[in-house]
Write a protein that binds this ligand. Structure first.
Ligand SMILES: C=C(OP(=O)(O)O)C(=O)O
Length: 623
């Protein structure tokens, strides 16, 4: 049994397929001075073809993975546009009279060695991106076909020294059970991609590839525990088969919770809503039992296109989402571009600090034409469902008032045109800036609801760029400063009697559940796949216990202390869940659960409650 990093959850059992090294054999070919122009033209054509191919992959992925995963390929496009990378290649062709492919190979080796030498995870990841893009470019220059994996065999576990996101997108999930790589990390692009594709992945193994497995060897991988078992014994196979059976039972149990009310044993109900960015995602959200959409990220409507979407186009999307929700609440967040979300056709310009720059509501207030187009579309959709409007990145009362003035203007226009809309459409704001938290009492007087955007809030309270992997350990959701900000926000909302929800990633973190229950927030909105696992916990978590935990949480002086406290509470809830499961007894208030026949879209591989105990038994026997 080999311990690595469990980078994508789930169990896979099957035969190994060891991926041959995806590196082309490139002859170190020289050219004549008269061939220089031709060689440059070959290079540019190769770059054009590579870009076209990457754009095509992005397009094909639109239905399969989210925007975060697709943006990996934006990083690849950026490399092909990078003057430093290109100058290096052109310089080698010009000065050393090398053929384009030989120059590309030399440039890749140069940058990869340089980044690898830095012994820094982040730089190693950039090296892998350069290798990936470089290999694609070489493929075009050499006129080679895509490396394909076998499709005529039984589904297999892919074993490789490393895999690139480009290789992963060409995998047919029907042929691949899981992935093992020698190098990689939790945050590597391949891991992000595997999670999005739902493939178990174990990486970071301290063994040579050759000794790990040969093609055809039986193998078990456990993406939750980060374990690889090459050539397992009969007993290990039996234990993991049993474990898989229990996982599948757990998934069915979770599915049955979809129609159950999310209420604690002592009666506190909290609405579990979904974060979505398209109509397609709404289907998964509804089959996961979401009682509404707490965050519709509209910026994705504006991406992967060449101009701003018009009012009618936006209206059709918002209306379709509102209608599908059939009376359940829908919070539509107005355009939140800038920062890490840029549009090809809207020039923001170079900024030293894009997250602090021209973005979100700042752009909208600066460009009333764009903003009013969206507001009119949302207002028109409000005639078809329970629509609410939410402004992002609010830092002052003036901004709320300025946005509301434009909203009123849009309402007046629609009224004059005789177009139906809800004149009382609720209007709220994201609380994601420390300034908004500190004046939450003043803001609460101006709006109908707050939604705490913990992703940005954490980054701004702690001054930690949420996209910078090098400082990701400083991005601490349970830092006492963040916890105090949460308390201040909820207190301000409660004093004014307005609805308060949470819509950042923290909402779906099981450790944070007692915080929301203790603080008494009204709704939490998360990725659809977190809804049922969070609901299962909620059904076994008393609000009174959560209040006790919260009282102790305020005493914690460090994030580490806070996490220890929340972890121990999480485990105590899991013990209760397991006890109930062992007795075959659902929580009293979940007995009326109607059977949900929906497909298991959005469900996680398993939940810690069953995972931990089953694996402990399993691995004890296995080792
Ligand atoms: C939900 C949030 O917004 P974003 O879309 O930027 O993640 C947040 O900041 O918590």
């Amino acid at each position: 049994m080999i311990q690595g990093i469990g980078a994508s959850s789930g169990i896979a059992m099957g035969k190994a397929f060891v991926l041959p090294n995806w590196e082309w054999d490139v002859p170190d070919q020289k050219i004549d001075v008269t061939d220089l122009a031709r060689e440059f033209e070959r290079l540019y054509e190769g770059i054009r073809s590579s870009k076209r191919e990457i754009e095509q992959i992005k397009g094909e992925l639109a239905d399969v993975v989210g925007s975060e995963e697709r943006s990996i390929f934006d990083a690849h496009l950026a490399i092909l546009n990078d003057p430093v990378f290109m100058n290096e290649i052109q310089g080698i062709i010009k000065r050393q009279y090398k053929a384009a492919e030989a120059a590309v190979k030399e440039a890749i080796d140069h940058f990869v060695t340089m980044f690898d030498l830095l012994d820094d995870e982040y730089m190693k990841e950039r090296a892998l991106d350069i290798k990936d893009v470089g290999n694609r470019l070489l493929k075009h220059l050499l006129g080679m076909p895509e490396i394909s994996l076998p499709t005529d065999t039984q589904p297999f576990i892919l074993v490789a020294r490393e895999v690139s996101p480009s290789q992963l997108v060409h995998l047919n999930p029907q042929h691949v059970l899981g992935i093992v790589t020698i190098t990689g990390s939790m945050t590597s692009h391949a891991s992000i991609m595997a999670r999005a594709l739902g493939l178990p992945l174990v990486t970071g193994l301290d063994v040579p590839l050759e000794s790990l497995a040969e093609t055809g060897d039986m193998m078990i991988i456990d993406g939750d525990a980060g374990i690889v078992i090459p050539r397992p014994t009969e007993e290990q196979i039996r234990v993991y088969t049993e474990f898989q059976r229990r996982q599948s039972e757990h998934r069915s149990r979770l599915r049955r919770l979809a129609g159950v009310r999310s209420v604690t044993p002592d009666g506190k109900e909290i609405a579990l809503e979904a974060n979505i960015s398209s109509l397609k995602e709404l289907e998964v959200a509804l089959s996961s039992g979401a009682v509404g959409v707490g965050l519709f990220r509209t910026e994705f409507l504006y991406m992967d296109r060449h101009q701003f979407p018009g009012e009618d186009e936006q209206f059709e999307v918002y209306k379709a989402v509102a209608e599908k929700l059939a009376g359940r609440p829908l919070i539509i967040r107005t355009l939140d571009i800038g920062g890490d979300k840029n549009l090809d056709y809207f020039e923001i310009g170079e900024e030293d600090n894009p997250f602090l720059g021209y973005r979100a509501i700042r752009i909208c207030l600066d460009r009333p034409d764009l903003f009013k187009t969206q507001l009119r579309a949302i207002l028109r959709a409000s005639a078809y469902g329970k629509v609410k409007i939410m402004y992002p990145l609010i830092s002052s009362v003036e901004e709320v008032r300025a946005a509301n003035r434009l909203l009123e203007e849009a309402k007046r226009e629609l009224q004059a045109e005789g177009v139906p809309f809800d004149p009382n459409v609720p209007c709220g704001i994201m609380i994601e800036l420390p300034s908004a938290v500190t004046i939450a009492d003043l803001l609460a007087e101006e709006v109908d609801f707050f939604s705490i955007g913990t992703n940005d809030l954490i980054q701004f309270v702690l001054a930690v760029d949420r996209m910078n992997e090098r400082i990701s350990r400083l991005y601490q959701p349970f830092h006492p400063a963040v916890l105090r900000m949460l308390r201040m926000t909820v207190d301000a909302a409660k004093r004014r009697g307005i609805h308060v929800g949470v819509c950042g990633e923290m909402a779906g973190d099981p450790r944070a559940l007692p915080i929301w229950l203790g603080l008494d927030v009204d709704s939490i909105s998360m990725s659809s796949h977190s809804i049922l696992p969070i609901k299962e916990r909620l059904l076994h978590t008393h609000r009174s216990d959560s209040i006790d935990v919260l009282n102790r949480l305020w005493e914690c002086r460090t994030a580490e202390e806070a996490i220890r406290l929340l972890e121990s509470f999480r485990l105590s809830v899991e013990a209760r869940m397991e006890e109930a499961e062992a007795k075959g007894k659902p929580a009293s208030h979940e007995r009326s659960a109607p059977a949900d026949k929906s497909p298991d879209a959005g469900l996680p591989a398993a939940e810690p409650g069953i995972r931990n105990s089953a694996r402990t038994a399993g691995t004890a026997g296995a080792s």
